[in-house]
Ligand binder design. Structure first.
Ligand SMILES: O=C(O)c1ccc[n+]([C@@H]2O[C@H](COP(=O)([O-])O)[C@@H](O)[C@H]2O)c1
Ligand SMILES: Cc1cc2nc[nH]c2cc1C
Length: 337
């Protein structure tokens, strides 16, 4: 399923016709795991990861040889409300930094053998401030979804989507509030590090946006109204990965808010995704709970860029190396229980 889409209606139809996990491949992987030279279950979640990965990729000796990291960047009209500790121009400045190899994600990608693509999305044209209008018009939203869809390398065997966008934790908190309820205070955190006064202003801004846009449609409509171009592109890339049966490691609070909008549009839309890490952003633990995902790492990161998920690539590579490379009890002449 590689066809792109021309409209939001077409994207919704694609979402509802996504491939499922291969149960037979998973059963075979589970049976193979049971023969490996270790007490049953002793590799803990590594065993589940290998089985899950093989369910999406098949291949008796699957390994991760071509992981792709994509960082999407967008600017937000709501930044003008003073919701971030940093000015909006940092988004474009960080894109230059990514391009020159100077950001954290450049180092994390290199160490983990991943390719890194940086996709700036109309940075000179911020979204609308969502407290006064929908963040994106339908054509802008479709264009951003499509940019994400098209950025995925069909040859990749693992995908990480990251983001850069000053004020995007405000968007992410608004999306979580609109789609999961619980109130703006429950979901609004400090992002790049706003102080107490900044946090109460930000919470008020989230509440205003949600009051204007909540209950106006499904997850995608919430993403159009309260999200941003980089969140929409992440959603488009997650959907394309599913169409290509490429497993995904989710990153932090913003990535998971974008993912939530897909899950709320098409149940099961995130079955090909695992959670890479628990961000220090306060709402992330609850958001992962709502997505029914358990993070692989907890390192107190709150950077974005795909950094936490990028670090988890190494864990997944190790899980598959064990699954494919370990001897069975019979091969090694080790006595079974
Ligand atoms: O990934 C996360 O959980 C995360 C948590 C806090 C901040 N960020 C990053 O910080 C920026 C958003 O923070 P803010 O305060 O401008 O909304 C954006 O570029 C994100 O990549 C990312
Ligand atoms: C410097 C800086 C780097 C980032 N990387 C992702 N989000 C970021 C936000 C800031 C402010």
């Amino acid at each position: 399923m590689n066809t792109s889409f021309a409209s939001l209606t077409e994207f919704r139809s694609l979402l509802r016709a996504m491939p499922a996990c291969d149960d037979a491949a998973m059963a075979e992987a589970r049976a193979h795991d049971a023969m490996l030279t270790k007490p049953p279950g002793a590799l803990g979640r590594l065993e589940d990861l290998a089985v899950w990965y093989r369910g999406w990729r098949g291949g008796a000796r699957a390994e991760i040889a071509a992981p792709q990291i994509i960082v999407f960047a967008g600017n937000h009209g709501v930044a003008a409300r003073g919701v971030s500790a940093f000015p909006a121009e940092v988004t474009a400045q960080m894109v230059s930094n990514f391009e020159q190899g100077g950001a954290a994600i450049n180092q994390i990608a290199r160490v983990n053998g991943a390719s890194l693509d940086v996709v700036p999305l109309s940075l000179d044209r911020p979204t609308q401030d969502f407290t006064v209008a929908p963040a994106m018009a339908e054509d802008e939203f479709t264009e951003a979804l499509r940019a994400g869809w098209e950025a995925v390398n069909p040859e990749a065997d693992l995908l990480v989507v990251g983001e850069m966008g000053i004020a995007n934790t405000t968007s992410a908190a608004a999306l979580a509030t609109a789609l999961l309820g619980g109130g703006a205070e429950f979901w609004t955190g400090r992002g790049t590090g706003v102080d107490d006064a900044g946090l109460s202003l930000k919470t008020e801004v989230v509440a205003e946006g949600v009051a204007l846009h909540a209950d106006k449609g499904d997850g995608l409509e919430a993403l159009r109204r309260l999200g941003g171009r980089e969140l929409a592109a992440m959603a488009g890339a997650l959907a394309r990965a599913r169409a290509l049966r490429i497993p995904v490691i989710l990153d932090g609070f913003i990535c998971c808010a974008a993912a939530l909008s897909l899950a709320r549009t098409a149940p099961g839309a995130l079955d090909h995704c695992v959670a890479g890490h628990l961000s220090a952003e306060s709402g992330h633990r609850r958001l992962l709970g709502a997505l029914d995902k358990e993070p692989l790492l907890e390192l107190n990161l709150r950077l974005g860029e795909g950094s936490g998920a990028g670090l988890a690539i190494g864990i997944l590579k190790a899980a598959l190396a064990c699954h494919a490379g370990m001897a069975t009890f019979a091969e090694a002449g080790v006595s079974d229980a």
